[in-house]
Design a protein around this ligand. Structure first.
Ligand code: ATP
Ligand code: MG
Length: 175
């Protein structure tokens, strides 16, 4: 089976959960699934679920970040950028040598659009990568260069979100 490339993008809710759902489906068919999360610090429910599915479905976050990037000073931004670059390097090595059948790079598009991971490096990785794993990218603002290289591109549009009514993030739903 030829491996393909997926993008979940857009401003609506459901990109990360769609990617996890796809991973769960693949895992059920015996795929070894690696999910690498960029720009994530807070505790989220999937950490606890996926712990139970190790080692066949592994979640990797690297060093945790503690703040939203718009609240960071210059030094914190530089450090966070280095961490995101390290996470990307880990993801690339693992994708190429780790024996995974599906690699999910969650919120990598956010890391690219905030300038923390270089778009050209992601493009080069996709062009050079072996064809033996399904690749899934998520995050808002998918750049046209990556849309061009992907096979599935799904844009989730926010029609309504309870945040607009002042309903804060709920445990088990948003996190
Ligand atoms: P989820 O993790 O629920 O699948 P997502 O991956 O599509 O959401 P992100 O852009 O990664 O969403 O946003 C992270 C957080 O922001 C999540 O808690 C998500 O539910 C929430 N969120 C998503 N879309 C919106 C929106 N349009 N307005 C406000 N908050 C949102
Ligand atoms: Mg997300």
């Amino acid at each position: 089976m030829k491996s393909l490339i997926h993008i979940y993008t857009g401003n609506g809710k459901g990109k990360t959960t769609a990617a996890i759902g796809l991973g769960i489906r693949a895992y059920g068919r015996g795929f070894k699934v690696l999910m690498v999360q960029f720009l994530k610090g807070a505790d989220t429910g999937e950490i606890h679920t996926l712990k139970k599915l190790e080692p066949g479905f592994l979640l990797y976050r690297g060093t945790e970040i503690k703040k939203f990037i718009w609240n960071m000073n210059e030094a914190e931004l530089r450090q966070t950028a280095r961490i995101q670059q390290d996470i990307f390097n880990y993801a690339v090595d693992a994708a190429i040598c780790g024996g995974w059948d599906m690699v999910i790079m969650d919120e990598i598009l956010g890391a690219v659009s905030s300038g923390m991971v270089d778009l050209n490096e992601v493009v080069q990785f996709i062009k050079d990568k072996p064809d033996n794993f399904e690749l899934v990218l998520t995050g808002r603002n998918a750049p046209p260069e990556l849309v061009e290289l992907a096979d599935y591109v799904s844009e989730i549009k926010a029609v309504k979100h309870p945040m607009e009514k002042g309903i804060p993030a709920r445990k088990g739903i948003e996190n």
